[in-house]
Design a protein around this ligand. Sequence first.
Ligand SMILES: [Cu+2]
Length: 457
Amino acid sequence: MTNSPWGRRQLLKSAALLGGAGALLTGRPAAAQDHAHHTTPAPTPAATPRKLPAAKKVVAGGVTPPRPPRLVPGTDRPATITLHGDALHGGSLPFVLKDGVKEFHLTAHEFEQEFAPGFKVKVWGYNGSSPGPTIEAVEGDRVRILVTNKLPEATSIHWHGVLLPSGMDGVSGLSAPPIPPGETWAYEFTLRQHGTQMYHPHFDEMVQMAVGMMGMFVIHPKDADMGRVDRDYTMMLHAWAIHPGTSRPDPAVMLEHDTWTINGRVFPAVEHMVVKTGQRVRLRIGNVSMHEHPMHIHGHHMWVTGTDGGMLPESARWPETTIQVPVGTTRTVEFVADNPGDWAFHCHKSHHAMNTMGHDIPNFLGVDQKGVAQRLAEQLPGYMPMGSTGMGDMGGMAGMMPGPRNTPPMMSGTGPYGALDMGGMVTVIKVRDTLADDYRDPGWYQAPKGTLAWRVS
Ligand SMILES: [Cu+2]
């Protein structure tokens, strides 16, 4: 524990306040004490239900599976690809057609999800995934969504931004009763809009969303020519408080989150987006976390084409390189991938582009701390201070040294040119002139001669 940034923070606090290892001996991270603004206890493990969908495994050794083109059933429109979604349906929830109604089935339950290989988190989600599978349909469809509750408490689903009858809106106690544990309820409505929407509980939402219950709801326009793109991606951003050494998100934390995910994974385990040069690409980004996320694209300009309030008229679209995704909204952007290469796509809050750390570690930047470190190390074996020249080395060091159990290194990506010094809410857009038909991961970009930065002296 002492070698992690968390450990450093704890040790410093302990040394200052408790004269030693007091806080360590309690076994409870100080942040849990600092930020317990609310008294709601962490959810208790669900009673073991008999049959649950298996949790999806993080794709090990190569985070990006092939994503061959797939069509929205009954149309010639490219279906959306939900990052880390299953291979067969691209992360969209399969349905059965019953008397003209598309019937979907979501099961809310607890399971373990690997945010990165070896970093296992006990989440609540749907059908073995957090965020749950994307509900993908077409404007004009009548949909019925069966929701089975296998959680230890009641739940409901609110269809965020979907225009529907009041009784289907899923606000427990206001629209309809909540769904008790063990029961299955149905929501049914006709989609009279198109756009990028979401779903999430509206029962004990502070706890249920904090531990992972959410999903995307993509509605394609009835007009097949409207807003056509070549590649369509869907992702949800989320903020978690998973105290180092633990595996259960702490819903009582209001703002000091420590784990930042794109579709329930942290960089470098976040799926990359693989596109062909010249393609028009759509990114649908949802956020029901407690923080806004300014998502930044490299190498391209993107146009904001929609929100959860609908598609923007062309005259109202504007170009950005960073799109703010506020809390409780979706943002849809498009860009033409006209620049081959490996391009970062990440939250521009630099604390969100890294993995676990305490945010109030003392600032030692520029301080000669050799003497201090030595004296502290005498009292606290294993003590290691924050770098005097920055924290760039820490990812590598934290990656090599044993940290708290079940805690990813702070910044741990490795690229073709070495350490990436990033984690959290980061992924890569790979633009290539040629790709295999199934859009399998082409590997790292080879910079053509004369296009790579070089050492001068
Ligand atoms: Cu962010």
